[in-house]
Write a new protein. Structure first.
Length: 309
């Protein structure tokens, strides 16, 4: 008989402190959970801010939500620090020119993209400085999901993914909105080899050690072509999007994008109609116990409240 993960094993994190409580209808229903898998430690961190105006009232005139999954490696310092540093710096960039105050769509998109890139780079700089002071050498991948009005933004470094499930002929099609940055990708190999840093790819790893080619932290590799410039994409929010999923590579090592999208869809279509919490539990149970995940595994599952768009 298959064993379900116990409630204590669903490591749903406490909510971070907010500057104020949201009184607005939610833009999304969301649930996140994490599990250490076969490891004895948990280096993943999850960020969930369903109403970003709780961070700064200057954003109250728009519709904003921010979600992220950080996958730490070699320690949890970078991932833990990002959970508070990323939203702080991102909001600081956004409030300089709140997107909802910009009428021109092209200019608004430019402002959001610049805010995302600057936040990634500034976070990386801060983390590297703190690592030098503390003698740390860990790093973290990251995927960010940002809702801005009727636009769904994705930004990522490393191999943490964001997918959406689009309704099609009674089922769903899984579409990845992020892009993997790993040393087995030809594009990344060429970038590092042509970077003039002396960085080399050996056995599909940077210097034969690091699997990802873009990350936060990792001070020992930043002089060898590892960067923190994110891949960024955007899609319009539509009623055709059934759900979205952010997850670490502990899950993606064992699931293909179309496969996991279909699995979640069929789970939620079960006659018992499980909610996001139960669906996430079922997904983690399948990944950890039945597919024998050996890595940390973290998921954030969301569905749009379409009456808010």
């Amino acid at each position: 008989m298959k064993r379900q993960l116990e409630e204590a094993e669903i490591n749903d994190q406490p909510k971070a402190k907010r500057t104020r409580t949201s009184e607005r209808p939610p833009l999304v229903d969301v649930f996140h959970a994490r599990e250490k898998g076969k490891k004895t430690y948990l280096e993943d961190r999850i960020l969930s801010i369903p109403d970003l105006s709780t961070e700064n009232e200057a954003l109250a005139g728009g519709k904003y939500a921010l979600f992220a999954v950080f996958d730490g490696h070699g320690g949890h310092f970078a991932a833990q620090y990002l959970k508070t540093l990323f939203p702080k710096l991102f909001v600081e960039h956004l409030v300089k020119r709140p997107p909802h105050t910009i009428a021109d769509k092209k200019e608004r998109n430019k402002v959001v993209k610049e805010a995302l890139i600057k936040t990634f780079l500034n976070c990386d700089k801060e983390i590297l400085e703190q690592q030098v002071l503390g003698g740390r050498s860990d790093g973290s991948t990251c995927v960010v999901c940002f809702i801005e009005g009727k636009t769904l933004w994705t930004a990522n470094v490393g191999d943490t993914k964001h997918i959406i499930a689009v309704k099609k002929n009674g089922t769903v099609k899984g579409i990845s909105l992020s892009k993997d940055h790993t040393a087995d990708k030809k594009e990344e190999q060429l970038r590092i080899q042509n970077s003039g840093t002396g960085g080399k790819i050996e056995n599909n790893r940077v210097l034969g050690i690091l699997e990802v080619t873009r990350s936060f932290g990792d001070p020992g590799f930043k002089d060898f072509g590892v960067i923190c410039i994110p891949y960024i994409s955007k899609v319009p929010i539509s009623s055709k999007i059934e759900f979205g999923l952010l997850a670490t590579d502990g899950l993606w090592d064992l699931w293909k994008v179309p496969e996991v999208a279909k699995y979640i869809h069929e789970t939620m279509e079960n006659p018992t109609k499980p909610g996001l919490k139960e669906t996430a539990r079922i997904l983690l149970t399948e990944t950890i116990l039945d597919r024998h995940c050996t890595d940390n595994c973290s998921v954030l599952l969301y569905k749009f409240c379409h009456d808010q768009f």
